[in-house]
Design a protein around this ligand. Structure first.
Ligand code: FES
Length: 350
């Protein structure tokens, strides 16, 4: 059913009494060619609407449970717990459960909102002309009025179950981020302050995987070493080697300027952390004439003949040195752990 009217431009217009939309008869944009509107089952059957309402509320409720699961995972699973998940393989239980629960919490909020919009919110179809991008004051006022209409049509005030569960889901999701802030606080263990090095641990050549002997290290060479017992297929290999990796060089003892550095070595063989004290890149460029090592990331340069002092670049402090000696089998061994934390300059700000 429709009735004739005159539009603002003076063109004949039609009023669609079923949906309240006004069409301008000669305006090519008035009818965008949409198929005839069909009411949804939820528009004509209150029981179907109730079912949709319960479905939306269920999704928001499951989102809340997933967020609680996220927090519980963070508390329950230790960082190094590995589990087998088919078909992915071996993964960190903590990372897997955090990703799964947070993903579910966000997905269910989105899915609930989409289902709500598609089944329960207003289904009126409207056509509108394009307008200039600039929004005059009356348009802003109309937007606010439309927003108020939308809020009324979504029935957020009437459907309290949806409203309350949605607010609950939205309120709980940020808690996931709050829990992660724990990592900014004091660490429960001295994990970053200690490495695998300890008195009696032999230095193993990272290329040959054989214990290093003093005669293996010649003047001018650069050797990389790791602690004995650390296996490359260990689940925490990367974590451990990132702290324990060593650079070994031999310098004529008289050329070593720093007295403590000379005493912490063995016949001119000195062992320094391979981890740059700027932001932790592995150092690998050695200039044998000057005994300088260069970090490839931001060009910090350290003088290994002078206690790995920083002579150029953004690094904040020297590379930590490991005290070494020779054991009864003639192999190089550590005499202690590093005396200071290895890696970036975080420690100087503590
Ligand atoms: S990480 Fe080495 S200089 Fe930046």
């Amino acid at each position: 059913m429709s009735s004739q009217e005159i539009s603002e431009e003076g063109l004949p217009a039609e009023q669609d009494t079923a949906h309240g939309a006004v069409k301008v008869a000669d305006d090519p944009f008035a009818d965008p060619g949409l198929p005839a509107h069909k009411p949804r089952i939820q528009d004509i059957d209150e029981r179907a609407a109730k079912r949709s309402e319960r479905t939306v509320a269920l999704m928001f409720t499951l989102s809340m449970l997933a967020t609680i699961g996220f927090i519980a995972s963070y508390v329950i699973f230790p960082v190094d717990k590995i589990v087998f998940i088919w078909p992915i393989g071996h993964v960190s239980a903590l990372h897997f459960s955090l990703g799964l629960t947070l993903g579910l919490a966000l997905f269910l909020i989105g899915a609930g909102a989409v289902h709500w919009a598609r089944t329960l919110m207003s289904d009126v179809e409207v056509a509108d002309d394009r307008h200039p991008i600039e929004a005059p004051p009356e348009v802003k006022a109309k937007v606010l009025a439309d927003f108020a209409d939308g809020a009324r049509e979504s029935a957020i005030g009437r459907r309290k179950l949806i409203r309350n569960t949605m607010f609950g889901a939205l309120a709980l999701v940020p808690l996931s981020g709050v829990v992660l802030l724990r990592d900014l606080g004091p660490l429960p263990e001295k994990k970053l302050r200690t490495t695998l090095w300890a008195k009696g641990k032999q230095l193993v050549n990272m290329n040959t995987m054989e214990p290093l002997r003093p005669e293996d290290v010649v003047v001018g060479s650069l050797t990389f070493a790791m602690p004995e017992g650390l296996k490359e297929d260990a689940h925490d290999f990367q974590t451990q080697i990132a702290k324990a990796a060593l650079m070994i060089v031999r310098i004529e003892p008289d050329d070593i300027k720093d007295k403590q550095s000379r005493e912490w070595g063995h016949e001119g063989i000195v062992a320094f952390s391979k981890i740059c004290t700027h932001v932790g890149c592995p150092i690998s460029l050695y200039e044998q004439q000057t005994h300088h090592v260069l970090c490839p990331c931001h060009q910090s340069t350290f003088d290994l003949s002078d206690g790995a002092r920083v002579i150029f670049g953004p690094a904040g402090h020297p590379l930590p040195q490991l005290r070494i000696g020779v054991n009864s089998e003639g192999n190089l061994e550590a005499l202690d752990d590093f005396a200071e934390p290895v890696g970036p300059a975080f420690w100087e700000r503590g």
